[in-house]
Design a protein around this ligand. Structure first.
Ligand code: ADP
Ligand code: TRP
Length: 332
């Protein structure tokens, strides 16, 4: 059996990085795997969020999932907090994981920054909840962006230790699926920073909800360099990070290699490239953005899909919890 589980935090508008790094892969897997796609709302509260914003973000992210091509009939789409087993297994895995393992997590260091003492404990134990999300479904494959690779390795370590501790081959050891082309989409303003929802500048990212005018504006302002387009862009020493990023995004949207795109624009300058790039982005994003708008207006429809997902997901997750409790001696 091949089973996929993945999730995205409902923390704001999804952007092109989320789309190319994660959602596009989710969509491509829906025909050949049994897929569980989750709105990671419990992960979203590891930092302070207004309750009304959280609720809005859960619904708009669900709309973005569907608008990007996830079919609610083929996949189980649900919110993490609606399935209790995630929190329950998370505690048990807290007792399996080691403090030293968590101390190595680079995302915590990045997110907590210099103010580690004031970060929530949830932000620190975040990867353990993520392991519970995956293991509670006995997922075999987990499609994520490159920045989640370390968390996936931790999940595997936890599963292996649990199996060893209890002398049972119980948890499946999941495989990450990480897209190779443009695995990390960078900010339009700084080629060394990843495109992110949390970047203060909206000019740094293309949101899936952006209008045509916003896309035109953002690409016009996107940072490039004054050199023409040539093979040198992907030479490490050239340090043309912004140029690399734009070419990679273009190639990924076209499902072509960087080399092919470079040869197509060889010798041209970026102002010319940007015209084509803008058209391509609009062709891609506008239909998604229109659909998000439409779906978001029909809240009852979204809630029905999530409720249906909750029921199906809970059935699978509750069964795993029952087995886990048996294994560790918690079932009287
Ligand atoms: P953000 O950093 O914008 O808050 P999330 O952490 O919620 O995004 O990421 C959701 C998914 O999208 C993850 O699988 C992550 O790896 C992927 N992802 C996020 N940003 C990027 C990016 N810039 N490039 C590629 N994939 C990304
Ligand atoms: N931590 C992931 C992110 O920020 C989201 C996530 C939560 C996830 N649980 C997961 C991804 C389980 C894959 C599997 O993107």
């Amino acid at each position: 059996m091949k089973r996929v589980l993945s999730g995205i935090q409902p923390t704001g508008n999804l952007h092109l990085g989320n789309y190319l790094g994660a959602i596009k892969n989710f969509v491509s897997m829906q025909n050949s795997y049994e897929c569980f796609y989750m709105l990671a709302d419990l992960h979203a509260i590891t930092v302070r969020v207004e309750p009304k914003d959280l609720k809005e973000n859960i619904l708009s992210t669900a709309a973005a999932f569907l608008a990007s091509g996830l079919d609610e009939k083929k996949n189980i789409i649900f919110s993490q907090s609606s399935v209790r087993a995630h929190s329950e297994l998370s505690w048990i895995l807290n007792c399996t994981a080691r403090v030293g393992w968590l101390n190595r997590m680079t995302q915590f260091k990045e997110k907590a920054g210099s103010n580690k003492e004031k970060a929530s404990v949830g932000l620190y134990t975040y990867p353990i909840l993520m392991a519970a999300d995956i293991l509670v479904y006995q997922a075999t494959h987990v499609p994520v962006g490159e920045d989640q690779k370390q968390h996936l390795e931790l999940c595997r370590d936890i599963a292996i230790k649990f199996n060893n501790d209890y002398g049972k081959d119980f948890f499946n050891i999941p495989e990450p699926i990480i897209p190779d082309i443009s695995a990390r989409v960078m900010s339009l303003r700084d080629g060394l920073k990843k495109m992110s929802k949390s970047d203060e500048s909206d000019l740094s990212r293309i949101n899936l909800t952006d209008s045509k005018e916003q896309i035109v504006q953002k690409i016009k302002k996107a940072k490039t360099d004054s050199e023409p387009i040539n093979e040198d862009i992907f030479n490490e020493k050239s340090k043309r990070f912004e140029a690399q990023n734009l070419i990679s995004i273009y190639a990924d949207l076209k499902s072509e290699s960087n080399k092919k795109i470079l040869s197509q624009f060889e010798g041209k300058n970026f102002s010319e490239f940007k015209k084509d790039f803008t058209d391509l982005l609009i062709e891609y994003i506008s239909p998604i953005s229109d659909k998000i708008d439409l779906l978001r207006k029909n809240e009852d429809h979204l809630l029905k899909i999530l409720k249906n997902g909750q029921e199906k997901a809970s059935n699978v997750a509750d069964k795993t919890m029952k087995d886990v409790k048996n294994i560790i001696g918690l079932s009287l």
